[in-house]
Design a binder for this molecule. Structure first.
Ligand code: HEC
Length: 464
């Protein structure tokens, strides 16, 4: 494990303070260079080399402190190297510009000038992009645009709207306290449609940001006709074949899930009501399951459990080793880890131990996991959701999972397990869903045969 001396971190933390000096100097220098271009005065020619020298020194100090700061880890690697290279390049450009002034290069005056102006231009571009890159590293990539009044880009917009959906979900604790339109229909449309159908963009003349607008529809058709899915253009568009040119969302954007489609269908069929508690709509058992899945009701339980913040160095090691780490919920320190390594790269599972306290979701799909690896995975005692699909796992390894007392969801689709694993898995006290499609377990297998497994559902389809 990489440990960074405290004094390095101490100096590194000055980086955000430090950078403003060379930024200011560079802006001033670039300004002076443009003045020189406009009015070639001797006084400018005297002061500009000094400005370049200080800019270069300032950039060097910033780069050094930034490097120390980066040793602490926890930054997204691509963004970090972009920012780092930008900083180094700015330092080099400033130094070169200084040298072009002070070295005796009179014999090649004609070439020096255009080179210098090219460098000035480059410095201007780098100053903006590197500065912005640094801001994003420190504050997150949508820091600048997060609170802009109107969402313009589909990407930024979608992020914001997805957050709305999450908030709506988080604000309810049980199905009974949820409103079908406000907590379910709106968040679905917000996450999948509103990026193109908002006040700004209004594709097809359709606005999907309010109840009235949704019903009214767009240029050609009514959006939703209460009680009538067949005449609801919105419903028609989301249920067309995915390659149909009128299918929504367009442009290869993520389509609605099967559950989301059935929720919208149910909402329209039951009268497309605006203010209606789900409880008073009496959903049948199947609809209840779908809605609980939507609200991730079961998952609310873990959200109330908080872990110690994972160590930044450990997280950095995980990222380096090809894992992707997501925070599940701001403030709780619970994390979801996925392995995103290259093909044929096996994950270094030993690293997971260092973050096991907050590690509740683990996805290790098709990455060469074998029975031996399950010893480590079986020790990650806070796991709530575990995906081991499409790995060469057998009944022998499954035994190692016996201590995962919080596990609720286990995906073993496409592994080599057989019915022999079931008695052991049934003993996992919290296990609710076991995905067993394309295993040696027959899809007609009935759990009734093996005692009181009333809460464990065997699922024989692809997990969503
Ligand atoms: C990537 C942008 C984009 C996204 C995301 C998107 N749409 Fe559209 N939508 C369009 C465009 C462009 C049109 C106009 C062309 C057309 O009618 O096919 C349109 C038209 C429509 C229309 C027809 C309006 C009318 O009366 O002519 C409906 C209904 C619709 N969209 C519903 C949806 C729904 C529901 C979603 C979310 C599941 C969605 N759209 C997501 C771009 C998008």
């Amino acid at each position: 494990m990489q440990t960074v001396p405290d004094v390095f971190m101490f100096l590194g933390r000055f980086h955000p303070l430090f950078v403003h000096l060379p930024i200011g100097l560079l802006v001033f220098t670039l300004f002076a260079e443009s003045m020189l271009l406009w009015k070639p005065r001797e006084s400018f020619k005297k002061i500009i080399p000094i400005l370049w020298l200080f800019s270069a020194l300032g950039a060097a100090c910033s780069a050094a402190s930034g490097y120390l700061l980066s040793l602490g880890g926890g930054y997204e690697e691509d963004a970090l190297s972009f920012h780092k290279n930008g900083g180094i390049a700015l330092c080099c450009i400033s130094t070169t510009c200084y040298l072009l002034y002070v070295l005796p290069l009179d014999f090649m005056k004609k070439t020096v000038r255009p080179i210098r102006y090219l460098l000035v231009l480059g410095a201007g571009v780098l100053l903006v992009t590197t500065g912005h890159g640094g801001g994003s590293l420190a504050h997150g990539s949508n820091y600048l645009t997060e609170f802009r009044p109107i969402q313009t880009s589909a990407v930024g917009g979608a992020d914001r709207y997805d957050e709305t959906a999450l908030k709506a979900k988080a604000s309810i604790s049980s199905l009974d306290s949820a409103d079908i339109f406000k907590h379910v229909v709106m968040p679905i449309l917000q996450s999948k449609c509103v990026s193109c159908h908002n006040e700004e963009k209004k594709k097809g003349g359709l606005l999907l940001t309010s109840y009235d607008a949704i019903l009214a529809g767009g240029k050609t058709k009514e959006g939703v006709m209460a009680g009538n899915t067949a005449n609801s253009e919105i419903f028609r568009r989301i249920t067309l074949p995915k390659n149909h040119k009128e299918f929504m969302p367009t442009d290869g954007k993520k389509p609605l899930t099967e559950n989301q489609v059935s929720i919208l269908e149910w909402w329209i069929e039951t009268g497309a009501q605006q203010n209606m508690m789900i409880a008073s709509m009496h959903p049948d058992k199947k609809m209840q399951d779908v809605l609980e899945d939507f609200f991730q009701i079961g998952e609310a339980a873990i959200i109330s459990y908080a872990a110690k913040a994972p160590d930044r160095n450990n997280l950095a090691d995980l990222l380096k080793a090809g894992f992707q780490v997501n925070m599940i919920n701001k403030g709780s320190n619970l994390i979801e880890v996925k392995f995103n390594g290259k093909e044929n790269q096996k994950p270094n599972l030993g690293l997971l131990k260092s973050v096991q306290e907050g590690l509740v979701w683990l996805h290790l799909t098709n990455c060469g996991i074998t029975d031996e690896d399950l010893v480590i995975i079986g020790g990650l005692s806070n796991l709530y959701k575990l995906n081991l699909n499409r790995n060469a796992i057998t009944d022998k390894g499954i035994v190692e999972l016996a201590n995962l007392s919080k596990l609720e969801y286990l995906n073993l689709y496409g592994t080599s397990i057989t019915e022999k694993s079931l008695p052991g898995l049934i003993k996992l006290p919290k296990l609710k869903k076991l995905y067993a499609w394309e295993t040696a377990i027959d899809s007609s297998f009935s759990m009734n045969g093996i005692n009181a497994a009333k809460d464990l559902e065997l699922v024989f389809k692809l997990a969503q």
